[in-house]
Design a protein around this ligand. Structure first.
Ligand SMILES: [Zn+2]
Length: 484
């Protein structure tokens, strides 16, 4: 598959787009003010042990304490062996921890003591004690055996205490390069241990910034071109490539074209579309994507009315197209966690099976781990997608300040009646000359029009004049009743 990597950089923000067959598939965004923390290694101090949850909170110097569950504690890393959290860590213990999940919403970061650090071809796990592994994506038995031997020989000959895993990129890479990577990782780990000695809460190791991480992790043999539109980042990328991945040099390009880089392949448009609820399908159908705190739901709909005769066939075609579109949207929007898909009802069992098959086939191209767990009696497809970064929507947006993220605002009518109740209450409690109502123009409009007779009745009942004033900056739900 032909792939291209676009890197668009300004000082505060870097964006990376993966293009496959001329279509954008994935977007990564990193802002200098809010770099992701996944992969960072810290000296952390245990600040609370929760035996009930078999977990502990660990201060790693962030606003919110991070979360360390017993299942993420490698007993040999904390120098204790116990099946209870209180037997493994206690308050004020200093532990070396790594972030596996960024803080999301109100949840703190999630940590592990199973440290791993990556290079281009390998992952080093200091706690793995001499064992080594090979990525499942490398299929050839012979190649797997060769890699395992290279890794094991190195570990045995150097007496290294950790273990290595060969990443997919290690396939067919010669022993010399692999040994170079292993030496690099061992030196890096020794440095980390060194700086952890003084027991302060601090950052010990930070993963590479996004553009370099993209070069290390997202570029493969199928990547034909890497285009960067900033000369600063291009220079950094070139020196990184010269040092670590020289074979990529011919594919790196400083983009100086007239058109903005993200206008190519309509990346900018696709980002805008990926923030909308509705996804139009070519067949006329559409998807509605809703992201909530607990899960994402995707509803598949047919477009215009279709006659009874072809209903099953049209539905089947729409569902097939939807299955592909959904996989693309999951990657593009970087949706993770539980995902519920409501395909359009089909009668034919064979059709149902084929839709699931297409869904699973497209999901297999996703870099993130996915699993279709079940199809419910109601025809809902339940699946999960592993989440490590925040979704595109969470990176770029915040809840709407008008409706506070509900997606609905109270009607002017509702606000009018709230105002009436407030006036009644205020007037009965306090002795005042008159009352002034401040509200949005829509609400004031309604008060002087549809509600004018009710307003007049109220004025008469309380025996005080009520003045109205439109405030352009008020939302439709906002109002103030002022006593004068
Ligand atoms: Zn809103």
């Amino acid at each position: 598959m032909s792939e291209e990597l676009l890197i668009n950089a300004t000082t505060p923000e870097v964006r990376v787009a993966i293009i496959e067959q001329g279509v954008v598939q994935e977007i990564f965004i990193e802002r200098s003010t809010r770099r992701g923390l996944v992969g960072n290694i810290y000296n952390g101090k245990v600040c609370r042990v929760l035996p009930g949850m078999q977990a502990s909170f660990v201060d790693i110097g962030l606003d919110r304490a991070a979360f360390l569950h017993i299942s993420d504690i490698n007993p040999s890393n904390v120098g204790a062996s116990n099946d209870q959290i209180q037997g493994l860590v206690k308050d004020d213990d200093v532990v070396i921890v790594q972030v596996v999940k960024d803080p999301l919403g109100t949840k703190g970061a999630r940590l592990t003591t199973n440290i791993s650090i990556s290079s281009r071809y390998l992952v080093f796990m200091p706690g793995m004690h001499g064992s080594s592994g090979v990525s499942q994506k490398i299929e050839s038995e012979q190649e797997r055996l060769r890699l395992r031997n290279v890794l094991t020989n190195f570990v045995v000959s150097t007496g290294s205490r950790g273990g290595f895993i060969a990443r997919t990129a290690a396939e067919a890479v010669n022993e010399e390069l692999l040994r170079g990577d292993m030496n690099f990782l061992i030196r890096l780990w020794a440095n980390i241990l060194d700086s952890s000695q003084n027991q302060d809460i601090k950052l010990l190791h930070e993963d590479l910034p996004l553009p370099l991480r993209a070069l290390r992790d997202l570029v493969g043999p199928e990547t034909e071109r890497i285009r960067i539109d900033s000369s600063l980042h291009f220079d950094k990328a070139r020196s990184f490539i010269d040092t670590f991945i020289p074979e990529l040099a011919p594919r790196l390009e400083h983009y100086v074209g007239e058109r903005p880089l993200f206008d190519l392949y309509h990346v900018e448009d696709e980002i805008a579309k990926a923030l909308q609820r509705k996804v139009q399908l070519k067949s006329g159908g559409y998807l509605i994507v809703d992201q909530t705190e607990a899960m994402t739901t995707i509803d598949v709909n047919t477009g215009a009315f279709v006659g009874h005769r072809n209903l099953e066939e049209t539905t089947f075609k729409t569902n097939l197209e939807a299955a592909q579109a959904i996989c693309r949207q999951l990657r593009l929007r970087n949706l993770g966690g539980i995902i519920i898909i409501d395909f359009i009802d089909m009668v034919d069992l064979e059709h149902k099976n084929q839709v699931i098959k297409v869904l699973e086939k497209c999901l297999s191209l996703d870099h993130a781990q996915t699993q279709v767990s079940k199809v419910s009696a109601m025809g809902l497809v339940e699946m999960t997608r592993k989440r490590t970064r925040e979704s595109l929507e969470h990176v770029l947006c915040e809840p709407c300040s008008c409706c506070l993220g509900r997606g609905f605002v109270k009607t002017p009518e509702t606000t009018c009646y709230e105002i009436f109740r407030e006036i009644q209450q205020e007037a009965s409690q306090f002795d005042v000359e008159s009352l002034l109502v401040l509200a949005s123009p829509e609400v004031i409009e309604r008060l002087v029009d549809e509600e004018s007779s009710h307003l007049a009745e109220l004025e008469e009942a309380i025996g005080k004049p009520i003045r109205l004033q439109a405030e352009a900056l008020y939302t439709q739900e906002q109002f103030d009743v002022v006593l004068i």
